[in-house]
Design a protein around this ligand. Structure first.
Ligand code: COA
Length: 318
């Protein structure tokens, strides 16, 4: 028997504290302005975790919401994969902690580290494992507390990120029984560019050469999006929704133009969430499925780039 992975539910969790650009600048004494941040990035505000709030807490909350939407009980979950660059600890993995917090007692759990591309990597691994029959009901989660790795004196980076978690439930369906589900995932890495976006080992803080990252983003994302469509014999006009990693509105809009998609078919959350790294795509999926934009049968294209460099794309029919 061969299987494919259906996206059965989505869930989101955002911390209670919301800071707009002005409040953030005032709180950290930053020499910046709302106008600068909006113009360069599209970001208006971000959510920030409370003291003591962990990636696993947010991941568990997003997972509960996704399972509830899917109408799937905890007893069915047999795999938990968490994409995070800000795990609770080196081990136990954040995924194992989520398993315990949810009260799941079977299956396996592990983390994936691919920075902002983490969710696409996690989706790809879950898809492959499901196709191989190793799991039948997987939680695939992106959860981040980037506020803990930001240098709050570096205005070039600290204004760009936020905290949050998003989750999807994947369920195995017999291949041939449906045309829905994950069609394919496409992953890349080029470690030669690791130093342009990294967590510095001495300080434990995020460092980025923004211009270089921007330059790689547009060309690499354009390449992997075409790779994903071509692998499935599809064209730009087949895409109903672009759900991109939410780093910067200018990158998102450039990708929308490249695909010839009207703005209304590009899901944007960066204005309210800022860049939540591995959490940004599942958060955007949760928003657009729950508000009725993404409907059953729609072709959804996801893409992301992040530290590594890593980048990738996934195509799914909802
Ligand atoms: N407020 C005001 N000024 C700021 C600022 C801020 N928050 N951050 C940087 N500046 C200043 C710089 O100090 C610099 O000043 P100078 O010319 O006097 O030296 C000037 O703005 C230009 O800085 P630069 O870094 O060249 O700006 P930019 O046009 O490249 O925009 C980013 C910066 C970060 C918005 C942009 O490079 C970007 O979006 N890069 C991609 C980042 C990304 O997506 N990362 C995540 C990938 S997962």
């Amino acid at each position: 028997m061969t299987y494919r992975a259906l996206i059965a539910g989505t869930g989101a969790y955002l911390p209670e504290l919301v800071l707009d650009n002005e409040a953030l600048a005032a709180r950290h004494g930053l020499d910046t302005s709302d106008a600068w941040i909006r113009e360069r990035t599209g970001i208006r505000q971000r959510h920030l975790a409370a003291p003591g709030e962990l990636a696993s807490d947010m991941a568990a909350a997003a997972s509960r919401a996704a399972l509830e939407q899917a109408g799937i009980g905890l007893e069915e979950v047999d795999a938990i994969i968490v994409a995070t660059a800000t795990p609770d600890s080196v081990f136990p993995s954040t995924a194992a902690r989520v398993q315990a917090k949810l009260g799941v007692t079977r299956g396996f759990a592990f983390d994936i580290a691919a920075a902002c591309t983490g969710f696409v990597y996690a989706l790809s691994v879950a898809d492959a494992m499901m196709k191989a029959g190793q799991c039948r009901c997987a939680l695939v989660i992106g959860a981040e507390v980037f506020s803990r790795i930001l240098d709050w004196e570096d205005r070039g980076t600290c204004v760009l990120f936020g905290d949050g978690a998003g989750a999807v439930v994947l369920r195995a369906a017999e291949a041939g029984s449906t045309d829905r589900g994950l069609l394919s995932c496409h992953l890349h890495a080029d470690g030669r560019h690791g130093d342009i976006l990294q967590v510095e080992s001495d300080s434990g803080l995020l460092r980025m050469t923004g211009k270089e990252v921007f330059r790689h983003a547009v060309s690499k994302l354009a390449g992997v999006v075409d790779e994903a469509l071509q692998a499935n014999g599809l064209g730009h006009s087949d895409v109903k929704w672009l759900v991109p990693h939410q780093a910067n509105l200018r990158i998102i809009e450039a990708m929308g133009r490249k695909l010839g998609l009207p703005r209304e078919q590009v899901v944007v959350t960066v204005d309210r969430h800022a860049n939540t790294s591995a959490a940004s795509i599942p958060l955007a999926l949760a928003e657009a499925t729950r508000d009725g934009r993404i409907r059953q049968g729609d072709l959804v294209l996801m893409e992301a780039i992040g530290g590594g460099l890593t980048w990738g794309a996934a195509l799914a029919r909802f």
